[in-house]
Design a protein around this ligand. Structure first.
Ligand SMILES: [Zn+2]
Length: 176
């Protein structure tokens, strides 16, 4: 049985419905989360897409592989934007799709990138069921939405979405 709480459990954030386009790219991020797990990492993936539908960057969390604790999917994707010569205006209209709700570090990276829209899969609350109480797996309990709300430019945040699909990569992926 899946350890992911039922979608109608009121103790957890309600799932948001996505349109076809957002669903397509979020599923792409989920595919990256599986690829990352296959390489021995935590299962997180991210894809950055321009308003015109161009995929600007794709990445998975590679912290375990690289030993770099900042190697989350979103930070790796944001770093992959470097040197592409993308205008801030282009990034303001871009969306980052993340298989899991961005952590506080990634929320900061998204802020600095000027990306104006975030769509994420499984939420931080449900992820904490997988993280458990181990000190090396717990996250800082500050919502990305609180970080985005402090931004002087608008950052739209949509999620959780496709929770069961995004959460499937996490089943059996964490130490208990
Ligand atoms: Zn992160």
């Amino acid at each position: 049985m899946s350890p992911i709480p039922p979608l109608d459990n009121p103790a957890f954030p309600a799932e948001v419905a996505l349109d076809e386009r957002d669903g397509r790219y979020l599923r792409k991020a989920i595919v990256w989360s599986h690829l990352g797990r296959r390489q021995g990492n935590r299962p997180f993936g991210a894809v950055i897409v321009s308003a015109s539908g161009q995929v600007l960057a794709e990445a998975y969390c590679n912290s375990s592989e690289s030993g770099d604790v900042t190697g989350h999917a979103e930070t790796n994707a944001v770093r992959a934007l470097a040197g592409q010569g993308l205008a801030r205006e282009v990034l303001a209209e871009a969306t980052i799709y993340s298989s899991g709700e961005p952590c506080v570090m990634c929320a900061g990276a998204i802020f600095w990138s000027n990306i104006g829209r975030v769509v994420f899969g499984i939420d931080a609350e449900r992820l904490r069921i997988f993280r458990g109480e181990r000190g090396d797996q717990r996250d800082a309990e500050l919502s990305c939405r609180d970080v985005f709300a402090a931004s002087p430019h608008p950052i739209e945040c949509i999620g959780p979405a496709l929770i069961d699909e995004a959460g499937a990569a996490h089943v059996g992926a964490w130490k208990t």
